[in-house]
Each structure stands twice: as structure tokens, then as C-alpha cells.
Design a protein around this ligand. Structure first.
Ligand SMILES: [Zn+2]
Length: 290
């Protein structure tokens, strides 16, 4: 049976290189069907979701890896997240008339890439770099080299149905044949996008490296999940302030907020807002308006 929503990590014996293969099916479909993204946005997000799950595979803490692209062009924001529990989610903001163009052009002047590692407990760590490279894969390869001093090769691909990727990284403190890296890369170059999209991970590994000694870890499942909640949205409203929140409720009857990632809608009426601010802020603001 075809493997779906699978992440497979592997390690070369005798060559200081680690790798991972990912094939996202339902997890990617959950992102696609929740939004009506233009093809160009979908392509960016699919590659980012695949890449985030590949890079999160090596996280050494419980938490979330967040990739963001920021721009002032037609593509304003693209976000992909993967947690250490291997759940993914993604969202984007863009101009309605976004056309087809290379990534750098879509993001426009001052495009930046932000990588955030957010442990469940503890302070987040963030790296911000100017956009470099023509593709998501190239941009991430440059980023990993600059910020982590890690030689990285990424192959990413996606369509409406699936998002897939291959990650190879040279381990700086690894033992074994240092000359093995070019050999591993040269074989990876022979992998076609179509093979990445259609073959199972173990078929790809066999196809590329059946003459090498590769240790393969147990396959892991990746799924879609959003961690939004009424509590979190409430905390956001608290930042807005009681005055502002009450004014919206008085004007519109309630505050309705939709999660950008999963589309879940949260509605706060008069009672909810009063409870949130722990006082009758609605009456107070109503009176102050008269
Ligand atoms: Zn959500």
C-alpha cells in the first residue's frame, strides 16, 4: 500500500550525512481545502510545509518550528509550522491580483525569511535573513549554511494533492568519510521531481542509495492540526483592550474572529466580552457613548 503522510529519517553509515524524506497527503489537503489559494501561493506554501516538517524532524526540544516569508509585494506573508508532535499548519496573505512570478518578485522589495524555534517551555529563538535564492529550497539551503553552518540540500515539490521533500545535511561533527558528501549529493541530483512525488520513501532510498549503507529509522506520521482556541483568541482580544472590544460589540452585536490557519470561527457576544474583561465593560462603554 502506498505510504501517505509519512516522514522517514535516515543516516548514512560511514558518511557524516543525515537525511529525511517526507510525503504529505491528507495533512497537505487539509491546508489546501480550507483556503482558496491561487496556484502560485499554494506552490510556495506546499514547499514550505514540506520543508518545515523535514527541518522539524531534527528538533531537539518539544515545541514548534515556524517558517515565515514576509514581503511588500503581492505576497505579503506565508507561514508554515511544524511541531515536534509532527503536526503542520500553514497560512498566507496576498494581493487578490497576485500573478505568476519568481519568488523574489512576488515578495517584492525587502523580502525576508524568518525562522522561529518556539519551545513549549522557554524562550523562542528567532533568525531573520534577507531573501536569498530563487526558490524556497535554495533560500533554506542558504539560511542553514549562514545561521547553522550546516551544508544542506533540499528538494521540494507539491501539487494539489501532495507536498513532498528530501533533506540531506552534512553533520559537522560526524565521523566517517568526509568525501562522502559529494557522492550523496550527486546521487540525489538524479532524483526527478516526479519520483519525489510518486514513489514511497523506501523506494526513493533504494533508488538513490542501494549501494550505500543507510540506517533507516521508523517512519513517522505527519498530520494537520491547529492549536487555535477560544482561550487564545480571548487573550488576543485582551490585548486590543476593553474599550475597543466593547465598541465593536455595540456596533456589530458581537466580535467574530476566524482563525487564519484552520478557518475555525470564534464569536464573542456581550456576555463573553464582559467575562473576558472581568467587569461590565459593555455597559460602561455604552453609557460613555451617550
Ligand atoms: Zn485554527
Amino acid at each position: 500500500m502506498k505510504q501517505t503522510d509519512t516522514l522517514l529519517r535516515f543516516l548514512f553509515d560511514g558518511v557524516p550525512v543525515r537525511g529525511a524524506l517526507v510525503h504529505l497527503d491528507d495533512a497537505w489537503q487539509q491546508v489546501v481545502t480550507r483556503h482558496n489559494y491561487p496556484a502560485v501561493v499554494r506552490a510556495v506554501l506546499g514547499q514550505m510545509v514540506a520543508a518545515s516538517s523535514l527541518l522539524a524532524a531534527n528538533l531537539k526540544f518539544d515545541g514548534t518550528l515556524i517558517m515565515q516569508l514576509h514581503g511588500k509585494g503581492a505576497l505579503r506573508l506565508a507561514v508554515a509550522e511544524c511541531t515536534s508532535d509532527r503536526t503542520v499548519r500553514a497560512t498566507a496573505r496576498f494581493a487578490a491580483d497576485i500573478g505568476h512570478a519568481p519568488l523574489a518578485e512576488l515578495l517584492g522589495e525587502g523580502g525576508t525569511f524568518v525562522m522561529t524555534l518556539e519551545p513549549r517551555d522557554g524562550e523562542p529563538w528567532q533568525g531573520i535573513v534577507a531573501l536569498e535564492g530563487d526558490s524556497i529550497a535554495q533560500m533554506l539551503e542558504n539560511y542553514m549554511l549562514r545561521s547553522e553552518q550546516l551544508d544542506t540540500r533540499l528538494m521540494l515539490s507539491c501539487d494539489d494533492q501532495a507536498a513532498a521533500g528530501l533533506l540531506l545535511q552534512r553533520l559537522p561533527d560526524g565521523h566517517g568519510d568526509a568525501e562522502g558528501w559529494p557522492h550523496v549529493l550527486a546521487l540525489a541530483e538524479t532524483l526527478q521531481q516526479e519520483e519525489l512525488m510518486t514513489l514511497d520513501a523506501d523506494e526513493i532510498l533504494y533508488r538513490l542509495y542501494h549501494q550505500d549503507e543507510v540506517r533507516v529509522f521508523d517512519p513517522q506520521t505527519v498530520s494537520f492540526a491547529c492549536n487555535c482556541s477560544e482561550h487564545r483568541v480571548g487573550e488576543m482580544l485582551k490585548l486590543l483592550g476593553g474599550q475597543e472590544a466593547a465598541e465593536v460589540v455595540l456596533e456589530q452585536g458581537s466580535i467574530e474572529i476566524g482563525c487564519e490557519y484552520c478557518g475555525q470561527r470564534y464569536v464573542f457576544d456581550e456576555d463573553d466580552v464582559n467575562r473576558l474583561f472581568d467587569c461590565d465593560v459593555i455597559s460602561a462603554v455604552r453609557e460613555s457613548l451617550h
